[in-house]
Unconditional design. Structure first.
Length: 533
């Protein structure tokens, strides 16, 4: 550490480096407090006594060197640059040998200003970094802190001597910048641009149209895929209740009904349409299909209701073992229901099945044509940590009906994020999500859609959700102090977990510690097995 060179005229040894790192890491000392402690030590006093003697001018250093030293000490101890008068004052003290470098450090580090800085950085020092970071996000940004954000700030607090006051100031600046931006300058959601889920890419309508021009316009439907090992009994029971919320769907109702009734297992399904008091008289088209398909159920609400209130009505009316939502402006491949049902029937431990999907900017383009254009999502295999970052089930998942008995219905207070809230309740309840690596649905980026309108509340609702679930989903061992984490890991391992300083200095060191403990358990288990043989 540079303070050793300035105050003690030497470099710290490994034990000293480890000890002081721990003091900073556990927030028992700030950077200014560390400087004061070292500069006021007996060893520093010996160094000052040894060096307080007349020195030749060539040993005093140049004016530029003295000024650089003073600036460095100020920035390290007081977190600011000295003004011209301060630089002149301290340079005179050094030139006249009334102070040497170590004495200068002690004088500045023991000043009232330095004490105020130390006090400012000791914000609730008894609370572990993780919990402090989570609380700060909740209060200042009105959202939950993600696991990687907690790891990032924890690393900076420990290894980069960042004071907690600096963390608070940084997040406050983010919030203030967003709040104080003029409404006319604030970013507006662009409905002609879609984020490709699971990637850092965006696709715009112009790029999609250019790719569409480069593909064959008439693409023949592919034959339904058959997986013999997943074949299931198609008895008289209703397997799937497909729920559709209808409002101003006149442009898409015919295509929608044709698409859903063409599902390979539609005879074992029911389509429940909840008309949210739509003014476009879509019922005329629906009635013609109801004559052909008695498994279409229609219900018109007396007043305008939201999408999640409509879905809840559909769930209450449903009779199928499995439920899926169907948007009027989206499409499904003819075997879409079948692909989802076979997973839920084959694997009883699976609660929700979801998949990647194709992006479309043309509400009339077929599934096959959209697939040929080739813009698809790359949603991840769901874990609690990545689900809270992104609503991966997003488009056309299918789930077991009993989930609503166990985790509740959709929260109708949300306008566009009620399904996201529901999935997080599911993951909190340890429900299992299964991804099918075969995109068999189309998501239409509809500029008139609920989640794509310029006035969407999606970001605000997502922040509300992460604030609601973040503290419950983030592991308590991510939020705990380093000492508590290592103690718990060692207890689980049954022996002290030995970590080198180089391992502790990594930003993801807790993950590495868990992996090391798991490997140690595996080695011990194999050794125990060999001894029995």
């Amino acid at each position: 550490m540079r303070v050793y060179q300035l105050a003690l005229d030497r470099a710290p040894n490994a034990d000293e480096l480890r000890a002081w790192t721990n003091e900073l890491q556990w927030n028992r000392l700030s950077a200014a407090g560390l400087v004061e402690t070292i500069a006021s030590s007996p060893e520093a006093e010996v160094v000052r006594e040894r060096t307080l003697r007349p020195a030749a001018s060539k040993e005093q250093g140049t004016d530029a060197e003295l000024e650089a030293l003073i600036v460095h000490i100020y920035r390290f101890v007081l977190e600011r640059t000295p003004n011209a008068d301060e630089r002149q004052l301290w340079a005179n003290e050094l030139r006249s040998n009334r102070l040497n470098a170590a004495g200068l450090i002690e004088t500045i580090a023991s000043s009232q200003e330095a004490e105020e800085i130390r006090e400012r950085s000791r914000i609730v020092a008894d609370v572990p970094n993780g919990k402090f970071i989570q609380f700060t996000y909740d209060c200042l940004l009105a959202r939950g802190a993600m696991a990687d954000e907690i790891a990032h700030w924890d690393y900076r607090l420990i290894h980069q001597s960042l004071g907690r006051d600096r963390l608070v100031l940084s997040l406050f600046s983010q919030r203030a910048a967003a709040a104080l931006t003029d409404q006319d300058q604030a970013p507006v959601h662009d409905p002609t641009l879609a984020h490709v889920m699971g990637t850092d890419k965006f696709i715009g309508v112009k790029e999609w149209q250019q790719r569409a021009l480069a593909t064959t316009p008439d693409v023949l439907p592919a034959p339904p895929k058959i997986y013999p090992s997943l074949a299931f009994d198609r008895g008289p029971e209703i397997l799937v209740s497909a729920i559709a919320s209808l409002y101003r769907g006149g442009d898409y109702i015919e295509q929608f009904l044709e698409n859903i009734t063409s599902q390979t297992i539609f005879v074992s399904c029911e389509l429940i349409i909840i008309d949210a008091d739509s003014p476009e008289n879509e019922y005329e088209v629906i009635a013609s299909y109801m004559k052909r398909f008695p498994n279409i159920v229609y219900h018109r609400a007396a007043t305008r209701i939201g999408i999640y209130e409509a879905w809840n009505l559909g769930v209450e009316m449903s009779r199928g073992r499995f439920i899926t939502n169907t948007n009027l402006d989206d499409l499904r491949r003819s075997d879409s229901f079948e692909r989802q049902v076979e997973i839920l029937k084959k694997f009883p431990f699976v609660d929700v099945v979801y998949q990647d999907f194709w992006y479309s900017f043309d509400g009339m383009a077929s599934v096959e044509r959209t697939a040929a254009i080739g813009i698809r999502s790359e949603v991840p295999i769901i874990t609690p940590y990545n689900l809270i970052r992104s609503n991966s089930p997003h488009n056309a998942p299918m789930w077991r009906r009993e989930l609503h008995q166990e985790v509740g219905m959709f929260d109708a207070s949300y306008r566009s994020a009620g399904d996201y809230d529901f999935w997080l309740r599911c993951v909190q309840a340890d429900k299992v999500f299964y991804k099918v690596n075969d995109p068999h649905v189309v998501y239409f980026v509809n500029p008139e859609g609920l989640s794509t309108q310029p006035n969407t509340r999606g970001i605000d609702e997502a922040n509300r959700i992460t604030r609601k679930y973040g503290s419950a989903i983030n592991s308590p061992w991510l939020l705990s102090s380093d000492e508590a984490f290592l103690e718990k890991t060692s207890q689980t391992l049954g022996a002290p977990l030995d970590l080198a300083e180089s391992e502790r200095s990594l930003i993801d060191w807790r993950y590495g510690a868990c992996q090391k403990a798991l490997r140690a358990c595996s080695i011990a288990s194999r050794a125990a097995g060999s001894s029995k043989e």
